[in-house]
Design a protein. Sequence first.
Length: 75
Amino acid sequence: MWHFLLRQLPGTALRLSAAFAIYALLNMVPWPANLAHWIGATSFAALAVVALVICGKLLYDTLFFERYWRQMDSR
């Protein structure tokens, strides 16, 4: 389990960095005042969802997927 997690962490960090970079780029653009509020809130919500999905997938694959395949191999 720990070997799989350590192998997957660099890729996960890269994905999270890319998501944060896109979020930062969206918030650096000087949007009109009426759009800036909505774009800021929407981009933060999208960043939160993406981070949850990426970290959730890593945890699911680490904790459950490998255990499932070990049970299948032992049958």
